[in-house]
Design a protein around this ligand. Structure first.
Ligand code: SAM
Length: 219
């Protein structure tokens, strides 16, 4: 059992480290009103993102899957007012909500939003490589493709971070309720397996509730 699943410990961590301020809280509420799915990173993972980006001293960052801008704000805060975050989103409604969020959080000067399918925007961004960090949090079946891009375009010393890598608790299942879930789980497994076994990376899965895979490129 991961301790993070213990309610007492979760409450303690949240009360002590207070990962979510009013700016972030407002995004969850506004997204709900706009009928945008509440699939933002968890409050603690938002904080983890900010810290990882800050530790990597990342100033050139890519995010795959903007939604309403919650994780983008965490990343931008970790950049400490320097650099550029390219964030990619396929849904116009999410893109617009995120623009509002970045403005409210006063990080819009650090963020370049891209509307479109991640793989085609990533292909465009390649000319600006290498990047210091990438946060992967969009369609799960494309995680292996996003990894292929990241392996090529993240600098030595840079980091790859991916969310939901316990596949909502299904990562080690052998039977699946739907074919869609099976495809998603197998893609996330492939992602984890490849980064874990790539000798150019030191990688781990941080056992946060959702599972946050982190790899640092070392060669
Ligand atoms: N990172 C966001 C956060 O924590 O605030 C959550 C992202 S949400 C889990 C995934 C987002 O990826 C959705 O807004 C979805 O529309 C977008 N998405 C899905 N497939 C995509 C694709 N192929 N290209 C770009 N965005 C995509």
């Amino acid at each position: 059992e991961f301790l993070q699943n213990d309610k007492n410990i979760t409450t303690y961590a949240l009360n002590t480290f207070k990962p979510e301020d009013n700016i972030l809280k407002e995004i969850r509420e506004r997204a709900k009103k706009l009928d945008i799915p509440g699939i933002h990173v968890s409050d603690m993972d938002g904080k983890h993102l900010e810290i990882l980006i800050s530790m990597a001293k990342a100033e050139k960052v890519v995010e795959v899957g903007t939604l309403a801008g919650y994780s983008g704000i965490c990343i931008a805060r970790g950049m400490r007012n320097k650099g550029v975050l390219h964030t990619i989103e396929i849904e116009q409604k999410h893109f617009e909500a995120a623009a509002q969020s970045f403005k409210n959080a006063k990080v819009d000067h650090l963020v370049k939003q891209h509307l479109g399918s991640a793989l085609s925007v990533l292909a465009e961004l390649e000319k600006e490589a290498p990047f210091d960090a990438i946060f992967i949090d969009a369609d799960k079946v494309s995680y292996p493709d996003y990894l292929t891009w990241a392996e090529k375009n993240i600098k030595i010393g840079g980091v790859i971070i991916a969310d939901n890598t316990f596949a909502w608790g299904h990562i080690n299942d052998s039977h699946f309720e739907t074919l869609e879930l099976e495809k998603q789980v197998k893609s996330i497994r492939e992602f984890n397996y490849r980064i874990a076994n790539n000798s150019q990376f030191i990688a781990t899965i941080l056992p946060t509730g959702e599972g946050l895979t982190v790899g640092v490129r070392v060669s």
